[in-house]
Design a protein around this ligand. Structure first.
Ligand code: FES
Ligand SMILES: [Fe+2]
Length: 348
């Protein structure tokens, strides 16, 4: 199940250059490159002639030339040259996709281009905000995108999967949890008060005693999860809204389905302490990367089982409240999109 009428992160901005790059998104092959003036372009990565990926070709000025028989396409996907003939068949064109560069990521719109409004891009300003230190990363995951969404909405798993970094048992046994849902948003707020800090927080925050720790997970469909996380020495007022002498971070996730069983996992970490020190940023990112690789092992093992028995019955527990709310929103949006598509077909 994919939601098409949405912006997705397609790439990190520095991945796109004058060498065409292929990436499959929502099951569609897409080729990315930059025009001579730096403008990013995304076209269907399948030549209209005999289906060779255009990403195997090369740029001639601002035109993309297919590697096989040399058809050339302009930035809108229209074929502008067929070697050895003057007439260009009108069917010689490939799909082009709206793209926008924002917050060090290249965003792509996979649905109806008429609906592609850049104002609807989810805010990830922490990634290029001078008030924060930040870095982005990418993981390729052999699992369905919704398994990653589920993972980030239920952070009780930190106590079991990430006990060497960001987890400890206090996260499950001593958390107060609140789940708020609106039309297109779920917020899970977790407070762990007067408990030991997990290893990563001791390392990067230098805590020596108990802390008040927060995890505020903001989900926006289809798969944007922005986590406000941090801790302060216990009793300094964080649960009441005063964050002093501690650390605050944003764990920023944007998951893009590649196929039904594989995903592009774009993520970044921003921190509000020692913001100009690249070594600090690296240290923080390295901790989170260690944890995320542990998650990837979980997703991929789940996916293997789901491939053996698709859609098996499953048991829900209290910790799944946020997951269930998010799934409801996704199911509703999917039904709405399917119904709108059916109406369009009927009207045609
Ligand atoms: S397959 Fe592209 S030109 Fe023939
Ligand atoms: Fe995790």
């Amino acid at each position: 199940m994919f939601l098409r009428n949405s912006w997705y992160v397609a790439a990190a901005d520095q991945e796109i250059g004058r060498k065409p790059m292929r990436r499959v998104i929502l099951g569609e092959p897409v080729v990315f490159y930059r025009l001579e003036d730096g403008t990013p372009v995304a076209l269907e990565d399948r030549c209209a002639h005999r289906h060779l990926p255009l990403s195997m070709g090369r740029l001639v000025g601002d035109q993309l030339q297919c590697h096989y028989h040399g058809l050339r396409y302009d930035r809108s996907g229209v074929c502008v040259r067929v070697p050895g003939q003057d007439m260009i068949p009108p069917s010689a064109r490939v799909k082009s996709y709206p793209v926008v560069e924002r917050h060090h990521w290249l965003w792509i719109w996979m649905g109806d281009p008429a609906l592609a409004d850049p104002d609807r891009i989810t805010d990830y300003h922490w990634l290029d905000d001078p008030a924060w230190g930040a870095k982005t990363e990418y993981l390729h995951v052999k699992a369905n995108w919704q398994l990653i969404v589920d993972n980030l909405l239920d952070l009780t798993h930190l106590a079991f999967v990430h006990e060497t970094t960001i987890g400890n048992s206090a996260l499950v046994e001593h958390a107060t949890v609140k789940v708020q849902r609106s039309h297109e948003n779920v917020v899970v707020t977790r407070w762990i008060v007067d408990q030991p800090a997990p290893p990563t927080f001791v390392k990067v925050g230098g805590f020596t005693g108990n802390v008040d720790r927060w995890q505020i997970i903001d989900f926006t469909p289809p798969a944007f999860l922005r986590l406000d996380v941090g801790a302060t020495p216990t009793g300094t007022g964080a649960p009441e809204g005063t964050r002093v002498s501690g650390i605050s971070m944003r764990n920023l996730n944007a998951i893009t389905p590649e196929t039904e069983s594989t995903s592009h996992y774009f993520w970044g970490q921003a921190h509000d302490f020692d913001i100009h020190n690249r070594a600090t940023t690296e240290k923080v990112v390295e901790q989170i990367r260690t944890a995320f690789l542990e998650d990837v092992a979980v997703f991929e093992a789940q996916q293997v089982n789901l491939a053996l028995v698709p859609d098996p019955p499953q048991t829900d527990i209290n910790a799944d409240t946020g997951v269930i709310q998010a799934r409801r929103i996704l199911d509703r949006l999917h039904q709405e999109e399917q119904a709108a598509a059916a109406r369009r077909v009927a009207a045609e």
